[in-house]
Design a protein around this ligand. Structure first.
Ligand code: M6R
Length: 485
């Protein structure tokens, strides 16, 4: 870039500002750059395409960063650059923003909502543990102002304008990556049960490269904690090109995905610093529930009594998570027993299938133990061959409808001497009598179980990773925001 800019400046006889602009019309790919010249030490030129970039505006000073978190210590005033925008920042003349096509726009100053305390460990050993423990609050924050049980109101201001369009859609397509993709899977089950509109869940990376059949009537729901995931962003752009309406569920305000979508709602989980996503997942599921409840009520696909039961149960979730967190000592003992395992299998059915996937992802990313999540009934189609006395099998066995089937799956594992760690509903007897280790979660609606059952699995991964001496908050080879393909 530096050579290209220099070459343009000399050969086209333009100043540095213009040379950077022309250079950016010639490059390919994504970038977030800052250019400074030793001849103009009081000026910066910052530009972005695809990768995030935020400018902090202080008193007589400016900052450039990849997101708001490092800026909050210095200023809460920020300017988000749009794709292919260039900011010319000068101490004497302030900020001027132009597109690479030379169109000027007025800079808009946003306010960062985060505070420094949110970015500190607050007495916890790791951010991940702090974020696991924040879930009662982060879920309550996700519901704040959106759920009013007394008045039986669920309302997501960010999508109200689009609700009719959503209700007339032939289907929803949910796109995301990693943990956010698991939230989409839970969302698929919730939407189909409550709103009775078909849902497809796609990995953003697959969706963007396979010429999907999407048109103007389609609703695409894109989910992302960071709001900067390159594949999800590209999937959104593709859906928009095909005329679909794109609704975002993001955690980071002002992020690229939040700005690229037509409408959406923030999860309000607060900054998530640990690379392993925890509170963002439960907040995403909460948002999907709220969205589905609001749509189902409007569409008339839910009875008043059922609606009431679910919102009452939802309101209790933060308190119930406190109860789950109180089992940490037991979960640590289980972690101590299995920290040397080479493999783990996670099984669940229905709403608990995505929980199994999420449990396995959490374990592998921070402890580097190989783990697989499976729909419990699929075990006999292959993974059962892996089971021997060395194999811990985590079974989420809370389902009402398929409880007996899950019990059979557990018996199949026991017959092969596998070790069962079961997540059960408080008071459970059958699974409890069969399992080697049992973690209880409080009784709730089946569709809300992922909000509770994920928490002990987060703690299990955390303690196993800690026992193995792994860097819990920054596991090897991983980045918090995956801004590249
Ligand atoms: O920021 P996003 O939600 O778009 O990130 C998606 C994935 O990269 C992310 O969930 C990743 O899988 C986490 N490390 C999982 O804990």
């Amino acid at each position: 870039m530096v050579h290209l800019i220099e070459d343009i400046r000399e050969n086209e006889n333009v100043n540095l500002d213009e040379a950077v602009r022309i250079a950016l019309t010639q490059v390919e790919g994504t970038y977030a750059i800052v250019v400074i010249s030793k001849n103009h030490p009081d000026s910066l030129i910052a530009a972005r395409k695809g990768s995030p970039l935020v400018i902090g505006v202080g008193a007589g000073e400016y900052y450039v960063a990849s997101d708001g978190a490092p800026l909050v210590e210095y200023t809460k005033n920020v300017i988000y650059l749009d794709n292919e925008d260039i900011a010319y920042i000068s101490l004497s003349q302030g900020i001027k923003i132009k597109s690479i096509n030379n169109i000027e726009r007025t800079p808009y100053i946003d306010q960062l909502e985060m505070s420094i305390t949110q970015l500190e460990k607050g007495g916890f050993e790791h951010f991940m543990l702090k974020e696991i423990y924040e879930q009662p609050k982060s879920i309550a924050d996700s519901m704040r102002g959106r759920l009013n049980v007394a008045k039986e109101i669920v309302s997501l201001g960010g999508i109200t304008e689009y609700e009719d369009k959503m209700l007339n859609a032939p289907r929803f397509t949910m796109v995301a990556c990693g943990t956010s993709w698991h939230a989409c899977l839970v969302g698929e089950y919730i939407f189909e049960e409550l709103v009775r509109i078909p849902v497809e869940v796609e990995y953003a990376s697959e969706f963007r490269y396979r010429d999907p059949i999407i048109n103007e009537k389609d609703i695409v729901i894109a989910i992302s904690q960071s709001g900067e995931t390159a594949d999800t962003l590209a999937a959104i752009e593709l859906a928009k090109e095909k005329g679909a309406t794109v609704i975002g569920i993001c955690n980071v305000a002002g992020s690229s995905i939040a700005r690229a979508t037509h409408a959406g709602s923030y999860t309000h989980a607060g900054p998530e610093i640990g690379v392993a996503s925890t509170k963002a997942f439960t907040a995403q599921v909460t948002l999907l529930l709220l969205m589905a409840l609001s749509l189902a009520k409007k569409k008339g696909t839910i009875s008043r009594s059922r609606y009431h039961e679910i919102i009452i149960a939802l309101e209790s979730i933060p308190r119930q998570i406190e109860e789950v967190l109180s089992h940490e000592k037991l979960i640590k003992e289980i972690a101590d027993r299995f920290s040397n395992a080479k493999n783990f299998l996670y099984l669940g059915r229905g709403y608990n299938f995505p929980v199994a996937l999420e449990g396995a992802l959490k374990l592998k990313e921070i402890s580097y133990i190989h783990a697989e999540g499976y729909p419990a009934a699929e075990m006999k189609h292959g993974p059962i061959a892996l089971i021997d006395e060395e194999m811990p099998v985590v079974v989420i066995a809370t389902n009402k409808g398929t409880y007996d089937k899950v019990v059979s799956n557990i018996q199949e594992v026991k017959a092969r001497k596998g070790k069962i760690i079961a997540i059960v509903t408080k008071g459970d007897e059958t699974v409890t009598s069969l399992a080697d280790y049992v973690i209880e979660i409080p009784e709730t609606e089946e569709m809300l179980v992922p909000l509770l059952a994920t928490v002990p699995l987060q703690l299990l991964s955390y303690h196993i990773a800690l026992n193995r001496g792994c860097n819990v908050d920054q596991p090897r080879n991983l980045a918090k925001s995956v801004t590249v393909e």
